[in-house]
Design a protein around this ligand. Structure first.
Ligand SMILES: Cc1cc2nc3c(=O)[nH]c(=O)nc-3n(C[C@H](O)[C@H](O)[C@H](O)COP(=O)(O)O)c2cc1C
Length: 355
């Protein structure tokens, strides 16, 4: 199946993150240069039961395209039925299947990463969904395996390819690791060597250095960025600019960061039933945004209790006064290393063929 955003390009995806990558955040990331979006994971059962909250999670705007709806579940027929409903209701650009979620509530029902240790069921789920929604492309997101003793990503990726899956995102950790340890990019690279469908690499991409070096040193056809986007959604734009021109654009200044944060708050409130509810839900997001800001400790303590946009505005004004003398706009310390360990001359454009 065709995924036109992968033709002659190595796109940057925003990783699906439950409770984080809602439509507001996806739109903000898109403005900051994300190429491909995926919804938070959505339960196939929730779709079949016409659960209201589930239906809300499927809503996206046209400007979010290309976008995939990520589904989780364990029963081939139910997932296939849910995928058809999603296709008919919201017409996404692709369906993505979650085979990586490590959360007990999901794996205890044989969903998410539990399917990585049941290859026959994995194959049946993938085939059923592919057939149900043809010609809409179906992609999958996997981890390396269930545990370090049972790493099987090359096997599961091959099974998925044969089942008609169009592209696979590989998070370089096992289910047992959760989010601990580090992503194993050699294992991701191996998957990209073995299958012929596009592999999207995922795990611990935090800066331009890492983004460039993963593109240079592996055959992945795209990259997926999760937690770093929660702190620095502008990473997409900065990375793409560097890949295009070989030049670095500065990190946003503290003022620009606050403008972004306040905009995020206002957009979240505009789409919620109540400001208090929206802002309580924003607290975690504010924690992520405050990472790396000067005076982060006090800032985080303040942000942890907000329940209105006015409070965040007041905190931002106070913070800007406190750090008036500190400018975060310079980014001169950032040196980009190519795959061979050589720092890139900032003025030397990287040729597309090099990565
Ligand atoms: C808060 C949170 C929620 C997540 N929710 C999902 C999800 O719904 N579906 C999914 O496939 N992965 C989910 N993930 C995993 C991410 O998509 C990604 O694979 C992981 O964070 C590693 O990438 P990173 O190092 O760039 O963050 C979630 C991760 C986090 C931190």
């Amino acid at each position: 199946m065709m995924l036109p955003w992968l033709d002659n390009a190595r796109p940057l995806y925003l990783a699906p993150m439950a409770g984080v990558t809602d439509s507001v955040f996806r739109r903000l990331c898109k403005e900051h240069g994300t190429d491909v979006l995926v919804t938070e994971f959505v339960s196939a059962d929730g779709i079949l039961h016409r659960n209201q909250r589930t239906q809300e999670m499927l809503i996206f705007r046209d400007e979010e395209r290309p976008i995939g709806v990520q589904l989780f579940g364990a029963e081939p027929e139910r997932l296939a039925e849910a995928a058809k409903s999603v296709r008919d209701w919201v017409r996404p650009d692709f369906i993505d299947l979650n085979f990586g979620c490590p959360v007990n509530k999901v794996v205890s029902k044989h969903g998410g990463s539990a399917l990585l240790k049941d290859c026959p069921l994995l194959e049946r789920v993938a085939s059923a969904v592919v057939k149900a929604v043809e010609p809409l492309p179906v992609t999958a997101k996997i981890r390396l395996g269930w545990s370090s003793e049972t790493i099987n990503a090359t096997t599961t990726a091959t099974i998925l390819q044969e089942a008609g899956i169009s592209a696979i995102a590989v998070h370089g950790r096992t289910k047992e690791q959760g989010y601990s340890g580090v992503a194993d990019w050699e294992a991701i690279a191996q998957v990209a060597e073995i299958v012929s469908i596009p592999v999207i690499g995922n795990g611990d991409l935090r800066n331009i250095n890492q983004i460039v070096s993963r593109l240079v040193s592996t055959k992945v056809r795209g990259l997926m960025i999760g937690r770093a986007a929660m702190t620095s959604p502008w990473l997409f734009r900065r990375a793409k600019h560097f890949l295009r021109t070989g030049e670095l654009i500065a990190e946003p200044s503290i003022e620009e960061r606050w403008r972004h944060i306040l905009r995020h708050c206002r957009m979240a409130v505009a789409e919620a039933d109540s400001e208090r509810h929206a802002m309580t839900a924003m607290r975690g997001r504010l924690m992520a945004y405050s990472k790396g800001m000067p005076g982060g400790c006090t800032l985080r303590a303040d942000l942890q209790t907000v329940s209105s946009v006015t409070q965040v505005e007041a905190i931002s004004e106070r913070h800007l006064e406190e750090v008036a003398s500190v400018s975060a706009s310079g980014d001169n310390s950032e040196i980009i290393h190519l795959g061979n360990g050589t720092p890139a001359a900032r003025s030397m454009p990287l040729q597309a063929a090099n990565y």
